[in-house]
Design a protein around this ligand. Structure first.
Ligand code: ADP
Ligand code: MG
Length: 262
């Protein structure tokens, strides 16, 4: 069964897009069939894969608002080999959010699209916008798991309960398979005492939901998008690229464990 993972946190700048792009690239490098869905009007995941968001013929907006076939919207990212598919986005997606308001199945549009398309993939990764809006709700209704990136800083936990409440509401009313797949510590600096304290707090609260893999603060991860590449291509020996490879392995291990338990 295909696993759809939404990368969500309504805080901006916590590493959602960096995680979405690099996780997709690392899973592709591990020969998994991956689809990366950009569901943020900022189109950062699209640009981070080297696709010009200003030159899209079709995007995730068209899929949400019309019955266009998904194949017409996909872009093939060929590296790291054997590559992965990208459903790109740009500012048009802001219109989709407004357009969806009048649609009777507004919360299920992405789920319907992916229901048909997802069989071609082992993993679908959805990069969510930095808010709990209708686009994020679409991602959560479509997903099986939510990966929550958290930057270990003073305000890190603020807003987390709103996200967990939203996940719980959607699980209760719309999507009973939805669960927190894992909590990912991002941009971590081990020399920072506060980061270590927040990290300990997360483990106390969420126990083994917290990924063992920690993503370090690493300049290569910040530079790679400006070259339109995941770190895996830009500098595979960087600490950031290595950490995302470890995360990809951990995500696959958890998926296998979940399957064995089922
Ligand atoms: P979000 O999608 O949650 O808004 P991003 O992934 O776009 O967050 O990250 C915000 C900024 O921080 C970007 O400029 C990105 O390049 C940078 N960044 C993300 N993760 C790291 C990291 N581990 N080390 C250094 N910079 C990072
Ligand atoms: Mg983003």
């Amino acid at each position: 069964m295909v696993n759809i993972i939404a990368i969500a946190n309504q805080k901006g700048g916590v590493g959602k897009t960096t995680t979405a792009v690099n996780l997709a690239a690392c899973l592709a490098a591990m020969k998994r069939r991956v689809l990366l869905v950009d569901l943020d009007p900022q189109g950062n995941a699209t640009m981070g894969c080297g696709v010009d968001k200003h030159a899209l013929e079709h995007s995730s907006c068209d899929l949400l608002l019309s019955d266009i076939p998904i194949a017409d919207c996909l872009q093939r990212i060929t590296e790291p080999s054997p590559g992965f598919d990208l459903l790109p986005a740009n500012a048009d997606l802001t219109a989709a959010e407004v357009g969806l308001i009048d649609s009777p199945d507004r919360e299920h549009r992405l789920a319907r699209v992916l229901e048909r398309a997802a069989q071609a993939y082992e993993l679908v990764i959805v990069d969510c916008p930095p808010s709990l809006n209708m686009l994020t709700v679409n991602a959560l209704v479509a997903a099986r798991g939510v990966l929550i990136p958290i930057q270990c800083e003073y305000y890190a936990l603020e807003g987390l309960s709103a996200l967990l409440d939203t996940i719980e509401q959607i699980r209760a009313n719309r999507n009973e398979t939805l669960h927190v797949e894992g909590i990912l510590r991002t941009m971590h600096d081990p020399r920072n005492n506060l980061a270590n304290q927040v990290s300990t707090q997360l483990i106390t609260h969420f126990k083994d939901k917290v990924y063992r893999t920690i993503i370090p603060r690493n300049v290569r991860l910040a530079e790679a998008p400006s070259h339109g590449m995941p770190a895996q291509l830009y500098d595979p020996s960087s600490k950031g690229a290595i950490a995302y490879m470890a995360l990809a392995s951990e995500v696959l291990r958890r998926q296998q464990k979940g399957r064995n338990a089922a």
